[in-house]
Design a protein around this ligand. Structure first.
Ligand SMILES: *Cc1c(COP(=O)(O)O)cnc(C)c1O
Length: 393
């Protein structure tokens, strides 16, 4: 019987007998590895003998994390990076050559957009940002040079969803590789590879680490291609993950399922309070039965996640006043941490997006985003409630 994901998050793959029976994974805080002989060094660099050489090329603690992440996403292999952007760019650099074209979900993470702009200017890689609502729209933007379909779902901060089964089917019919940024869901809530996606990328900074103390990324995909990515986008470009950061992620992963359950439960409880508040105009949460994409969420996510966005009455002035009145919840970007984090996308995460495009994406000045944390939900709500009341004064 294959084990359940909750069990896989906890148990390790390293050979305990070689490590004094250590229950926890050992931390190999070393830059390099000593060879027994000149011949062994030669054999390792030639690839004739397996073993470590230098931590940019591989490190046992980092490898332990990679094995675990591949296992959790039901992929063949994983490569860890020094940030989520390392993973995003590592996979895209591998898949795209100059003059290729990529279809990207509208509202994609800001720095992913920044990377696409950079590579368009420098290397002629073309892209189109599209909603991916239906097949007709995908068809309209498909070109002979299109190689990759890059998907984020749910999309930050508007919580728009993309139907993974639909876009993956379209990609298969047209010979495109599918990359899914699964940061918002984690493998506990959504597993794109089991639906046919080729690659999954994560900002492990968020739910995977879960404690707000590390910047990291992971990419998961077919073994052969991940080997190429390791030897090029990782080894030669250099966004490597440090051993201690990998160790922190392994520790975070052990509680991922428990944390996600609580994030999701708390988000649902906060949603139920917030939706009836007279201080708000609108609320977006994939677990809302009235949400237009509720069915997509139900089909492809185990639970609706820990993120809620809402529009406050009174525009930017009220939004900023609300943030300034928060006491328990923290005003910060990032997400997936134990602390409840609230931010104002129009002036923070999406400030670089021109105002006109922001409006088109639904990121108005009244929009606020909550990453619901693990505090008691009554305390979270009490803080949000008192700040809402003061914001209207
Ligand atoms: C944070 C984030 C990234 C970038 O990850 P870093 O670890 O900050 O480099 C990419 N995609 C999504 C959806 C994110 O939330």
């Amino acid at each position: 019987m294959t084990r359940h994901i909750e069990t896989k998050m906890i148990h390790s793959h390293f050979n305990r007998k070689q490590h004094e029976g250590s229950l926890s994974h050992p931390l190999y805080q070393t830059s390099t590895f000593v060879f027994d002989s000149a011949e062994q060094g030669e054999a390792r660099f030639a690839g004739d003998e397996s073993g470590y050489m230098y931590s940019r090329l591989g490190n046992p603690t980092v490898n332990e994390l990679e094995t675990k992440m591949a296992d959790l996403e039901d992929g063949e292999a994983a490569v860890a990076f020094g940030s989520g952007m390392g993973a995003v760019t590592g996979v895209l650099m591998h898949l795209l050559n100059s003059s290729d074209h990529v279809l990207v979900t509208e509202g994609v993470y800001g720095c992913t957009y920044g990377f696409l702009e950079l590579f368009q200017d420098k290397y002629g890689i073309q892209y189109d940002l599209i909603a991916m609502d239906n097949e007709a729209q995908l068809k309209k933007y498909l070109r002979p040079e299109t190689k990759v379909l890059y998907v984020e779902t749910p999309i930050n901060p508007t919580m728009k969803l993309v139907d993974l089964t639909m876009v993956i089917e379209f990609a298969k019919e047209n010979g495109l590789k599918v990359v899914v940024d699964n940061t918002f869901s984690s493998p506990y809530l959504q597993k794109p590879i089991t639906l046919g996606a080729d690659f999954v990328v994560h900002s492990a900074t968020k739910y995977i680490g879960g404690h707000g103390d590390v910047i990291a990324g992971v990419a998961i995909g077919p073994e052969e291609e991940m080997r190429t990515i390791r030897m090029t986008s990782l080894k030669d470009v250099g966004a490597v993950l440090g051993a201690f950061d990998a160790w922190l992620l392994l520790r975070g992963l052990k509680t991922l399922a428990v944390r996600m359950d609580r994030h999701c439960d708390n988000a649902e409880l906060i949603f139920n309070q917030l939706k009836d508040s007279r201080f708000i105009e609108d609320i977006i949460y994939p677990g809302d039965e009235n949400y237009k994409q509720y069915d997509i969420a139900r089909n492809q996510m185990k639970k609706p996640g820990g993120m809620i966005s809402f529009e406050i009455k009174g525009g930017k002035t009220a939004a900023q006043r609300f943030l300034n009145e928060l006491k328990l919840c923290k005003v910060a970007v990032s997400l997936g941490d134990t602390e409840t984090l609230i931010q104002h996308p129009a002036s923070m995460t999406h400030a670089v997006v021109p105002a006109e495009n922001r409006m088109k994406m639904g990121i108005r000045d009244s929009l606020l985003r909550i990453s619901v944390g693990l505090e008691h939900h009554e305390d979270i709500w009490a803080d949000i409630h008192q700040a809402l009341e003061k914001s209207a004064e």
